[in-house]
Design a protein around this ligand. Structure first.
Ligand code: GBH
Length: 455
C-alpha cells in the first residue's frame, strides 16, 4: 500500500463568518453575509453568524483541540470586514491583532496557519458600490491582501487568495442563494472575472511585499461525467465542466478563458475587451487548492425537460444540462458520494499545470448526527466518507499526482451558509446552547489515521 510522503500536510479547515461570531466586536463592520442572513427567507430558520461557534472568544480551545487531534495545519479565513471594515480606507488594528493571536496560538501548538483571505464575507460598503460586478472591488481586495500580508507575513505558512470564486460569482450573482443574493444570469461571469482579477492583483501585491510563504487560490472543482457517450450527453458534460471548472482553471493556469464557455454564454465580446487582464490573472502561483465534495453525472434533457432559461440557475449557459441521479449514496446535502471523483479532478488540474503542487483544501460531509446517551457522537456516515476520500488521496499519490496535503472540512460544526445551523460538517460537535465541543467518532478516526500514516 502506498504511504503518504513524510511531509504530507494533514489539516482541518474553517471560515470566518461560519465560526467566529462577535460580528460587531472590536471594530468589525457588516459584510454581505450579515446583510443576507438578516434578510427574511434567505437562510433557514433565520439563522445568522452573530454568535456561530463563538470562535472569536474560544479560538484557544479550538486550537488546542486541533493539537490533540495531531493535525499539522489549520486553514482559517481572515474576515476582510475586521481588517478593513469599510472595504477600503482605514485599517482596524484590532482585527489584525485577533488573527495574529490565532496564528501564534497555532504555532505554539505546532500547527501551521494557512490563511484564506476571502471566504465570502465582502464588506457591505463594497457591495453597495457594485460588489464583484465592479472592477474596483478587485483593486480593493488587492490592497486588503497587501495590508494583511504585511501585518501577518511572519506568522502565516501559506496564503490562499480566494475560496471558490465559482460560488461567489454563480451562487451569489446568478442563483442568488448566497450573498448578495442577485439573479443576474450571465452577468455573473463579470463577477467571476473581477474575482479572478482580484486574485491576480493580490498575488502581485503580496509578491511585492516579499517573504517566502507560498501563494495560491482555492477552487471548488466539479468532477463531471457524461451519462452516456451520446453526442448530446457529451455536450452537456462539456458545458458543465466549462462553467464549473474551466472558466476558472484556464485563465489561472493557461492565461486564456475557454472560448466555448464564452460563446455558450454570449460573453465573448465582454471578455475580449478585458483580455489585457489575463496576464495578471495568470500571475504564477505556488500551489492550487481544491475543494471536493461530489461528482456530477450530467445529460442532455429529453424533449420537454429543458429547464426554463428564465429561471435562476447557478449555471447560466448550461440550462440545457440535467443532473442525473446515479443511485450512489448521498449525504444529507443530497450530494452523491464519489470518492474516485477526487482523483479525477486532481488529475484534470495536473494535466493543465504539471508540476504545480496540489492541496485538497476542503473535503467533508454533512449528516444528522446526535449525541448518544454516553455523550459520544457515533457519526459512522461521516467517518466512512472521510476514510473513503483519504483513500482516494492515497490513490492520487500512488498515481504520481503532486498532492501535498489534505484539509478536512470542517474542524467544527458551523454556520452552513443558506442552511444555517441545520447542517453539520464538523468532526467536532458544537452544542450551540452551551458552546461545548465534543470530538466525534470521525474526529477520533482522523486523529488515528494521521498518527498511523506518520508512522
Ligand atoms: C464549501 O463550498 C465551502 O467552501 C464551505 O464554506 C462550506 O461550508 C462547505 O463547502 C460545505 O458546503 O450541484 O446541488 O450537487 C461547497 C461548494 C457548491 C459544493 C455546490 C457542492 C454542488 C451542489 N458546493 N456543489 S449540487
Amino acid at each position: 500500500m502506498t504511504t503518504f510522503p513524510a511531509d504530507f500536510v494533514w489539516g482541518t479547515a474553517t471560515a470566518s463568518y461560519q465560526i467566529e461570531g462577535a460580528v460587531a466586536e472590536d471594530g468589525r463592520r457588516p459584510s454581505t453575509w450579515d446583510t443576507f442572513a438578516r434578510t427574511p427567507g434567505k437562510v433557514w430558520n433565520g439563522d445568522t453568524g452573530d454568535v456561530a461557534c463563538d470562535h472569536y472568544h474560544r479560538f484557544a480551545e479550538d486550537v488546542a483541540i486541533m493539537a490533540d487531534l495531531g493535525v499539522d495545519a489549520y486553514r482559517f479565513s481572515v474576515a476582510w470586514p475586521r481588517v478593513v471594515p469599510e472595504g477600503t480606507g482605514a485599517v482596524n488594528q484590532a482585527g489584525l491583532d485577533f488573527y495574529r493571536r490565532v496564528a501564534e496560538t497555532c504555532l505554539e501548538h505546532g500547527v501551521q496557519p494557512y490563511v484564506t483571505l476571502y471566504h465570502w464575507d465582502l464588506p457591505q460598503p463594497l457591495e453597495d458600490a457594485g460588489g464583484w460586478l465592479s472592477r474596483s472591488t478587485a483593486e480593493a481586495f488587492a490592497e486588503y491582501a497587501r495590508i494583511t500580508h504585511e501585518a501577518l507575513g511572519d506568522v502565516i505558512g501559506s496564503w490562499i487568495t480566494l475560496n471558490e470564486p465559482w460560488c461567489s460569482a454563480l451562487l451569489g450573482y446568478a442563483a442568488g442563494v448566497h450573498a448578495p443574493g442577485q439573479q443576474l444570469g450571465t452577468r455573473s461571469l463579470e463577477a467571476a472575472h473581477h474575482l479572478l482579477l482580484g486574485h491576480g492583483l493580490a498575488v502581485q501585491a503580496m509578491r511585492a511585499d516579499g517573504g517566502e510563504a507560498p501563494l495560491g487560490i482555492t477552487l471548488n472543482l466539479h468532477a463531471v461525467r457524461a451519462a452516456s457517450d451520446s453526442e448530446a450527453d457529451l455536450e452537456a458534460a462539456r458545458r458543465y465542466d466549462g462553467l464549473g471548472n474551466r472558466l476558472f482553471l484556464d485563465p489561472l493556469l493557461r492565461g486564456a478563458y475557454p472560448e466555448d464557455v464564452l460563446a455558450d454564454t454570449g460573453t465573448t465580446e465582454w471578455f475580449a475587451e478585458r483580455s489585457d487582464d489575463l496576464a495578471t490573472i495568470a500571475e504564477p502561483i505556488d500551489f492550487i487548492g481544491i475543494n471536493y465534495y461530489s461528482a456530477h453525472t450530467v445529460a442532455a434533457p429529453e424533449d420537454g425537460r429543458f429547464s426554463d432559461p428564465s429561471l435562476p440557475t447557478p449555471t447560466p449557459g448550461s440550462e440545457r444540462v440535467v443532473t442525473v441521479d446515479t443511485g450512489a449514496e448521498k449525504t444529507q446535502m443530497g450530494w452523491e458520494i464519489h470518492p474516485d471523483g477526487l482523483v479525477d479532478v486532481l488529475a484534470q488540474v495536473h494535466a493543465l499545470a504539471p508540476g504545480l503542487p496540489l492541496y485538497v483544501t476542503e473535503n467533508g460531509s454533512a449528516w444528522p448526527d446526535e449525541v448518544g446517551p454516553d455523550g459520544r457522537v457515533e457519526d459512522e456516515d461521516r467517518r466512512r466518507y472521510l476514510e473513503a476520500h483519504l483513500e482516494a488521496c492515497r490513490e492520487a499519490v500512488a498515481r504520481g499526482l503532486p498532492l501535498k496535503g489534505y484539509f478536512c472540512w470542517s474542524l467544527l460544526d458551523n454556520f452552513e451558509w443558506a442552511f444555517g445551523y441545520d447542517r453539520r460538517f464538523g468532526i467536532v460537535r458544537v452544542d450551540y446552547e452551551t458552546q461545548q465541543r465534543t470530538v466525534k467518532r470521525s474526529g477520533e478516526f482522523y486523529r488515528d489515521f494521521v498518527a498511523r500514516e506518520r508512522g
